[in-house]
Design a protein around this ligand. Structure first.
Ligand code: AMP
Length: 148
């Protein structure tokens, strides 16, 4: 099997993110692959019809994006890959992750089996959405389950 060339690491800032990132970086090193990181800001204001009264502070989205950029940059620096590409997008995590993977010729997406959306299902909603729609390989790192 040929090595992966470009791995996209999905980061949701949950307590499991660190483990998912470490797994992805181990794999990237073994495969000599380029690594990029993505966080998607789930801001739902854009889901409302244009005439819906919304809170005045629509600047909120820009603040979330700015904070997410800072958090992602700090994680990437701490992990020792400061030159890696970092993407912060707004919208549905699964849609944006798959879209960015296609845009940037990613051949492996790494995500946690669960993240901030909890452990209610075998796979979390983002993990499931990416697995169902991605055109490249997807690695779901098992998190939140006791290993025997
Ligand atoms: P979930 O399916 O939402 O519980 O999350 C599963 C995994 O998808 C997480 O461990 C992350 O790797 C990824 N993920 C979830 N939400 C986001 C997000 N907003 N941005 C980037 N990655 C995410």
């Amino acid at each position: 099997m040929a090595n992966y060339q470009h791995i996209l690491v999905t980061v949701d800032f949950s307590s499991e993110a660190d483990y998912v990132i470490d797994k992805a970086l181990e794999l990237a090193m073994a495969q000599n692959a380029k690594t990029s990181f993505i966080h998607v800001v789930e801001y739902s204001g854009y889901l409302y019809p244009p005439d819906t009264p919304l809170p005045v502070d629509l600047d909120l989205e820009a603040q979330f994006v700015e904070k997410a950029r800072e958090n992602l940059a700090s994680i990437v620096e701490n992990k020792g890959v400061p030159g890696a590409a970092q993407y912060v997008e707004v919208g549905s995590p699964a849609l944006q992750i798959v879209h960015m993977a296609q845009e940037h010729a990613v051949d492996l997406i790494v995500l946690g089996s669960h993240g901030r959306h909890g452990l209610q299902r075998i796979l979390g909603s983002t993990a499931s959405g990416v697995l169902h729609t991605s055109t490249c390989d997807v690695l779901a790192v098992r998190v939140g389950v006791c290993k025997t």
